[in-house]
Unconditional design. Structure first.
Length: 292
């Protein structure tokens, strides 16, 4: 049984995202995330989410694994959402948690995708792959994704982005637009990012809470790491401590930006108090200018 306050959150995000896409972002997504535009008939290896009716049984029998037929009219793309479900996403100060923001981003991206006749798939991850939802279309599919974000109980607490990327590489052979929704409290996944980047286009959506960048000036305080449960005591009145803490947080942010830059991939930064529609719209327009 889903608690009433969770159902209320799911409905609010579902309705808000649908209105945002229809009223504010109409056409922007379509102009920058185009389908493959195949102009000729061919066959390719079957991937999860393909319609079994399109399987070419003769080719499949000859090659020993399933292949599907592609027709000239196929224009759809696949959008894969890699959603961080680690414990740190439950953090939030004044504008809700990072996980709630991730749910809103996922919903807006998914609504844009289905409006463009694209399929949406999801991989939930922590320090392991927690759950895979194959690509599908339809508003009911988006409802399921949002519901899973708020109701799914992950086994892991930490973050290993490399695990999610490796899993994506195994299950998604057709080119996809991949959005990684995370606070990116992780490192060591550059090689994985570059490998996946060879087939797919990757966009990181870095969700952060500005309250985490500064210590509250309240004397000695104890901060707990959501992912490791480790506790650290800080003298928040000490100016040097305040400065070192802020520098440490800024260095972590810059490390993520540099890593994606080295992998030739974009990063969208989204603060928990900021507008999802404004942030994504700005990024869509940036992509459109770059494509020109």
């Amino acid at each position: 049984m889903i608690p009433a306050h969770i159902i209320k959150k799911i409905k609010r995000i579902h309705i808000k995202s649908s209105r945002t896409v229809n009223n504010i972002m109409a056409g922007q997504y379509k102009s920058v995330f185009r389908g493959s535009g195949i102009e000729f008939e061919e066959v390719r290896e079957y991937t999860p989410g393909d319609d079994v009716k399109t399987i070419d049984w003769k080719v499949s029998a000859r090659l020993g694994k399933p292949f599907v037929k592609l027709y000239k009219e196929e224009r759809e793309s696949i959008v894969m959402l890699l959603i961080d479900m680690s414990a740190s996403l439950k953090f939030g100060t004044f504008s809700g948690t990072k996980l709630e923001k991730a749910a809103e981003v996922a919903s807006v991206l998914a609504f844009n995708a289905i409006k463009n006749n694209d399929k949406v798939g999801v991989i939930f991850f922590t320090d392991r792959v927690e759950k895979y939802i194959p690509p599908k279309k339809g508003s009911s599919h988006i409802w399921r994704v949002i519901k899973e974000i708020f109701t799914f109980s992950p086994q892991g607490r930490g973050t290993r982005i490399s695990e999610a990327l490796d899993y994506l590489a195994k299950i998604s052979k057709k080119r996809a637009f991949v959005f990684i929704l995370s606070d990116f409290l992780d490192d060591g996944y550059l090689k994985n990012l570059r490998t996946v980047r060879q087939r797919h286009e990757i966009i990181g959506v870095r969700i952060y809470d500005k309250g985490a960048f500064h210590l509250p000036e309240k004397g000695f305080i104890t901060l707990s790491d959501f992912e490791t449960n480790e506790e650290i005591i800080f003298d928040a009145f000490n100016k040097k401590t305040q400065k070192e803490f802020a520098s440490m947080k800024q260095a972590s942010r810059q490390k993520t930006l540099d890593l994606f830059s080295r992998a030739k991939s974009d990063v969208v930064e989204l603060e928990t108090g900021a507008s999802v529609s404004d942030t994504l719209l700005q990024y869509f327009r940036f992509r459109e200018r770059r494509l020109r």
